[in-house]
Design a protein around this ligand. Structure first.
Ligand SMILES: NC(=O)c1ccc[n+]([C@@H]2O[C@H](COP(=O)([O-])OP(=O)(O)OC[C@H]3O[C@@H](n4cnc5c(N)ncnc54)[C@H](O)[C@@H]3O)[C@@H](O)[C@H]2O)c1
Length: 378
């Protein structure tokens, strides 16, 4: 039985707690403790009581007292590196939420610790656990899409003023002197960037031939809410264009295009629609493993057993290219979108939502044409 611990109970920590509860029910792991600086909300307290988990205010007290096999870190990005490093030094495997770290220097520290300790560190990019991602990667690797390969992702979400006010780190570039980088490309739509990298097979690259970034904001935040990232490498192109000021919201999607056809994957799900060599779209359905179950299964093998097909979908090293791009993105200035281009609506409870006029079409055009938003008139 894998002895697991969870750091961070609110926000996405609740999703991890539900998964821990499910896996505990399957007898795959035991929750030995949690840590959070604030008391657990009532729903979490019920689950923790039922699972018999201890709760600590400080994560290093949790590590000292419980010495878990596996620690899930679901705290804000600026705390990831130090928490993951402490867990690895304490002898625990780690499931670390995305974005794994805020820069390449932090990445190097964690990669060194992983190689020194031989422990596993998996990053919470759950779209990489989808069979749809593997299928697109295989098709791309086999050259099925032909020449002129462009992998694009788009994201259209709306985030209101309550979202930006919900935590001290939301919309911040730094907090108490530490980098947070909560921008649209580096956090809310980090999965879009990572999914494209995985399809292209660029995820572990240390450098890219050509990177162009434009960051804009319509909300009163430190970071970007509307952005585009274009990377060119080996004759192929990746474009991620996203907005948190959408006119209409939709599920983010990753699209692969080439001379011989295209494929579209809504990366929060497991279906791909593929059109190759003039055929109509064929929809293929896949399943996905949860990253925590994958780790629990891997760790449950008797010592010395070969992996036997069990592999992590997103080991830390697979996010090296992502972290390199985080540095490129965060180095770009954030430009304000003209007030004349935004519409702000107020709800009864006083929350406001900012929408950028025409942004949905701009984001789609950027990803399909490989253009930057400024080139399209933003
Ligand atoms: N994989 C995904 O799809 C996904 C989705 C949402 C968020 N996330 C990631 O999860 C992480 C957390 O995001 P969130 O939205 O849940 O944040 P949040 O601020 O809502 O919750 C963070 C939790 O960590 C706790 N915390 C803060 N400092 C702590 C400390 N020093 N010790 C112990 N606990 C501490 C907070 O009290 C809170 O309970 C981020 O990295 C975010 O990007 C991932």
């Amino acid at each position: 039985m894998v002895r697991a611990a969870l750091v961070g109970l609110r926000g996405f920590g609740a999703v991890h707690l539900a998964e821990i509860d499910r896996l505990a029910g399957l007898g795959k792991l035991e929750l030995v403790g949690c840590a959070d600086t604030v008391p657990p909300p009532p729903a979490a307290a019920d689950v923790l009581g039922r699972l018999g988990s201890a709760v600590y205010d400080r994560y290093d007290d949790l590590l000292d007292a419980t010495r878990p096999d596996l620690v899930v870190v679901a705290t804000p990005p600026h705390l990831h590196a130090e928490m993951a490093a402490s867990a690895l030094r304490a002898g625990s495997h780690v499931l670390l939420e995305k974005p794994p770290v805020v820069d390449v220097a932090e990445m190097r520290v964690l990669e060194d610790l992983v190689s020194q300790t031989g422990l596993a560190c998996q990053v919470g990019f759950q779209s990489l656990g989808s069979g749809a991602c593997r299928r697109l990667r295989e098709l791309r690797g086999a050259g099925a899409f032909g020449s002129g390969l462009r992998v694009g992702a788009t994201g259209h979400w709306q985030r209101d003023s309550a979202y930006w006010a919900c935590s001290a780190w939301a919309g911040r570039d730094s907090l108490e002197g530490r980098a947070v980088h909560d921008g649209a490309l580096t956090n809310p739509f980090a999965h879009a960037v990572m999914s494209c990298l995985a399809v292209l097979g660029w995820e572990a690259l240390d450098r890219f031939e050509e990177v162009a970034v434009e960051r804009y904001r319509a909300n009163p935040i430190e970071v970007d809410d509307t952005s585009v990232l274009r990377v060119r490498q080996g004759g192929a192109e990746m474009v991620v264009a996203v907005t948190l000021c959408a006119e209409t919201t939709s599920e983010p999607a990753c699209t692969v295009r080439g001379a011989r056809g295209s494929a579209r994957w809504v990366y929060t799900g497991d279906e791909v629609a593929i059109e190759l060599d003039g055929s109509g779209p064929v929809v293929e359905r896949y399943s996905r493993v949860t990253l925590l179950e994958e780790m629990a299964d891997l760790l449950a093998r008797p010592a010395g057993t070969p992996p036997g097909g069990l592999e992590l979908s997103c080991p830390l090293a697979r996010t090296r290219g992502f972290v390199r791009l985080v540095e490129a993105v965060t180095a770009a200035p954030v430009r304000e979108i003209a007030r004349s281009r935004t519409v702000v609506t107020s709800a009864r409870d006083g929350t406001t939502t900012t929408v950028v006029t025409g942004v949905d079409a701009l984001v789609e055009a950027a990803a399909s044409q490989g253009a930057l938003l400024g080139e399209l008139g933003l």
